[in-house]
Structures are given as structure tokens and as C-alpha cells.
Design a protein around this ligand. Sequence first.
Ligand SMILES: Nc1ncnc2c1ncn2[C@@H]1O[C@H](COP(=O)(O)OP(=O)(O)O)[C@@H](O)[C@H]1O
Ligand SMILES: [Mg+2]
Length: 153
Amino acid sequence: MVQRTLIVFKPDAVQRGIVGELLARFERRGFRIAAARALRVDKTMAERHYAVHQGKFFFDDLVQLITASPVLAVVLEGPHAIAAVRAMVGATRPHEAAPGTIRGDYALVGLRNLIHASDAPETAVSEIALWFPEGIIEYTRDVERWMTDEGPP
Ligand SMILES: Nc1ncnc2c1ncn2[C@@H]1O[C@H](COP(=O)(O)OP(=O)(O)O)[C@@H](O)[C@H]1O
Ligand SMILES: [Mg+2]
């Protein structure tokens, strides 16, 4: 079941200069980079992206953090991408994230959890549309046939 999911390297990841290192983990796992875009998120965009959290006590901090510095938004594609990417990202609270996950290996406190990842098929679709309104270019990788158990290579 090939899926697309959105990840966003938040300002803390960009400022710490570890975006390449973190993105490499997803490439190594086998995910295809379907789209990428560096941008400065404005307040309107932040409020849309985090609409589900509107009214929560941490909402203002969340908007402030994601607008504080540029981010890198990436669409990853691959089998079971949504759940598999979430598992690689780790638990929301970095101090609770398992070692081996991105948050568990690179982050420790509160809001500074480095990366956003879509949490369900519906949110992946709406988030990709929000972050990539111009659409996504289509291409294939020849290596794909070596990374599947569906049929002969
Ligand atoms: N209780 C909380 N206190 C402070 N910040 C929070 C809290 N819950 C969530 N956040 C922040 O809001 C973001 C969005 O929350 P959520 O969607 O629940 O987590 P996730 O990023 O793991 O999907 C989190 O990544 C984190 O930065
Ligand atoms: Mg979330």
C-alpha cells in the first residue's frame, strides 16, 4: 500500500543544521522524496496547519515556533508511509521518545521535537495540498523493483 505523507523539518531542526542528517534516515529506509520546499511559514499558514490544536494551551507557542525561522517541507512516498514515518519520528514528547527514533535520538524537551509528520491518510492528503498547492511532479525510481516483494524483479 503505497502512501504519501508530509513531513516538516521545524525551525529547530533547520537552525541546528541537522535537516540533511534526518532526511537521510528516510531515504535510507527506502522512502522516495516526492517533493520538497523550503519556506518561511506565516501566521495564517501556521494556524491552518495546526487548526486541529486551536484552543489548546500550547497553540500560541506552536504557531510562534513554526513561524520563527524557515522550515523544510517534504513529501515522502512509500509502502505504509504514514505509519512507518510516524514510527521513525517517535513520541510527541521528546523525553518519552524511544531511542532509535528521530525525537528519541536528537531531542529532549517540550515543543522542540524537530519534525512534524502526518498522522492519518486524511490529514496526509489535506496537509500535502496545503503545503504543496502547486502540485507534485511525478517520477519513478528504477531501484523500486529491488525494494518490493511483489512479483519478480
Ligand atoms: N502538551 C503539550 N505541550 C506542549 N507542546 C505540545 C503538547 N502537545 C503537543 N505539543 C506540540 O504540538 C505539536 C503538535 O501536537 P501533536 O499533533 O499532538 O503531536 P505530533 O507532532 O507528535 O503529531 C507537537 O509536535 C508539539 O510540538
Ligand atoms: Mg500531529
